[in-house]
Design a protein around this ligand. Structure first.
Ligand SMILES: [Zn+2]
Length: 324
């Protein structure tokens, strides 16, 4: 399989953050336009070395997204970049509570406009995951999910849980996630990236998620591995950020795939990490020795684990088969 073939392969990604998809130049431009100081610190935007510094930049860039047009522009630009790498469908997460003063309904509508423009121009489609920032606590999470349920916008297909895993334990968000589940929303959560296998297990038990974002700790616990295989838990992994958790044997993703887990590969925060869905597939493909069929299986795993309603999921699967 050549790099060109892999780049051209139609792709699906389930783990990509809107606020992590703002190129540095666009972040500076949005700050200027909104009369705000340039985001970032003395070290330079996206020149982070630790996860804490990474989150610092992520929050700083979240702060420059103020108007509906900002959300539209970022959603459009990030999907246009994905489409150049063969992306056909993405579930994009955004953190409403990172944008005080911005109404969720307005933001969803604005992101929807960006998605519609990208769809019209490049054929790439997307849906929204409303992400709970775990550092903001249980009450804020519950208020947010109530608002999303009330909104009942078909563009929002699920909720997520992100930010610092070491701060908000899953138990705090049980009520919010139960409400989302009863409203028919899909549920995913970051776990087992910095946290241990027990955090992943509790996330499955308490939040009712069908997907785990990252989840690399599963490799360190045979019981959780067995359970994940039995229950078909989907792990939405990211090649670049998995390197932060690489042991002497390298990224945890190849052994997760080798263990037979249901795994997909996404780009997480492409411009922040200097990556894209194409580069993620190229790096994973090289490390895993993928054939085109192997890469296609990873894309199909993502499509099957998506939160699209049945008929739309069937249409996506049909498109992937047709375009492969
Ligand atoms: Zn993430």
């Amino acid at each position: 399989m050549s790099p060109a073939e892999l780049l051209a392969l139609p792709k699906v990604e389930l783990h990509c953050h809107l606020e992590g998809s703002v190129p540095a130049s666009l972040a500076l431009e949005l700050a200027r336009r909104n009369g705000l100081p340039a985001p970032g610190t003395d070290r330079g935007l996206y020149e982070f070395e630790t996860l804490e510094e990474f989150l610092e930049d992520y929050v700083a860039v979240s702060g420059v997204l103020r108007t509906p047009d900002d959300f539209t522009e970022v959603a459009y630009a990030s999907l246009a970049a994905g489409a150049r790498d063969g992306l056909v469908y993405r579930e994009v997460a955004f953190n409403p509570t990172n944008h005080p003063g911005v109404d969720v309904a307005d933001a969803v509508e604005a992101i929807g406009e960006g998605i519609a423009s990208a769809r019209a121009e490049f054929g790439v489609d997307a849906r929204i995951l409303v992400a709970v920032n775990r550092e903001h606590g249980a009450d804020v999470a519950l208020g947010l999910v109530r608002r999303v349920v009330e909104l009942a916008d078909p563009l929002v297909v699920g909720i997520g849980l992100d930010h610092n895993e070491l701060v908000g334990p899953p138990e705090e968000f049980a009520e919010a996630f139960a409400l989302a589940g009863s409203a028919g929303l899909g549920r995913t959560a970051h776990a087992g990236e910095r946290g241990d296998a027990d955090e992943v297990r509790r996330t499955l038990d308490v939040l009712g998620v069908t997907r785990i974002d990252h989840g690399y700790a599963v490799l360190r616990d045979p019981g959780l591995l067995r359970r994940s295989l039995d229950e078909g838990v989907h792990y939405a992994t990211c090649w670049s950020t998995s390197q932060w958790h690489a042991g002497p044997a390298g990224s945890p993703i190849p052994p997760m795939l080798a263990a037979g887990l249901d795994v997909s590969v996404s780009s997480d925060d492409p411009p922040m990490l200097g990556t894209g869905i194409g580069a993620e597939f190229l790096a994973a493909g090289e490390a895993c020795g993928w054939t085109l069929a192997d890469a296609r299986a990873v894309v199909l795993a993502a499509a099957h684990a998506s939160f699209l309603p049945g008929t739309e999921k069937a249409a996506l699967l049909e498109r992937l088969t047709r375009e492969a």
